[in-house]
Design a protein around this ligand. Structure first.
Ligand SMILES: N[C@@H](CCC(=O)N[C@@H](CS)C(=O)NCC(=O)O)C(=O)O
Length: 203
């Protein structure tokens, strides 16, 4: 089983950390969807990171779907999302906010790094920046209220929150200022110090 994609992708990183937590053994191939487009296309013609190839050569993509597959294979007690409906809705809201924040941060990065500056569409930049900041504020409030598990075995809400925040601070620290999000900062700092997170460094 092989996980393709760079760990500076929050989607790849949340899969790697989740699989580790679930006790799944996998190989990691840090292939870039940009600098190794052709090599990536040999594995998955859609060129999306993360891509995960199963032992029977099935090619999976999309972090949530990959994690879902391995959650299904795991014993209920080992799963990273709670089974109980109310606790699950809280965790899913946290994960949803994290993923939305990642998506908007990726759009901001692509807008500035991939599009020629004379073709930048300012109203779109403003829209995605507003959405990114809204997702971060909602996530800050959500983590304050819901306190995803920070124990030695973090849950999916905790993993996605910390991976999201580290990615945002790496890629768009001038847009999302750390000082305005003290809870996310402290929460992530704690998880980034763990051996688990350090096995999958963002850079
Ligand atoms: N919803 C997807 C998003 C994955 C995604 O957009 N990954 C980026 C890398 S961070 C990618 O593949 N970019 C190349 C592209 O979209 O063409 C997931 O959760 O896996």
């Amino acid at each position: 089983m092989k996980l393709y994609g760079m760990l500076d992708s929050p989607y790849v990183r949340r899969v790697a950390i989740s699989l580790d937590l679930l006790g799944v053994t996998f190989e990691h191939e840090p292939l870039s969807v940009f600098s190794s487009f052709d090599a990536f296309a040999q594995v998955n013609p859609v060129v999306k990171a993360p891509t995960l190839t199963l032992d029977d050569d099935t090619v999976l993509m999309d972090s949530t779907l990959i994690i879902d597959y391995f959650e299904t294979l795991s014993a209920p007690a080992a799963r990273l999302l709670p089974a109980q409906a109310q606790a699950r809705s809280v965790a899913l809201r946290t994960v949803g906010l994290g993923l939305a924040a990642c998506e908007k941060a990726v759009q901001v990065v692509y807008e500035h790094n991939l599009r020629p500056s004379q073709k930048l569409h300012q109203p779109w930049v403003e829209r995605i920046t507003q959405q990114l900041l809204a997702a971060c504020h909602e996530l800050e409030n959500q983590v304050a209220k819901a306190k995803p598990s920070l124990a030695s075995e973090p849950d999916q809400a905790a993993v996605t929150t910390a991976v999201t925040w580290s990615f945002i601070q790496l890629m768009v620290p001038d847009v999302v200022k750390s000082g305005n999000f003290p809870i996310l900062h402290t929460f992530t700092d704690e998880l980034e110090r763990t051996a688990l997170f350090q096995r999958y460094p963002i850079v």
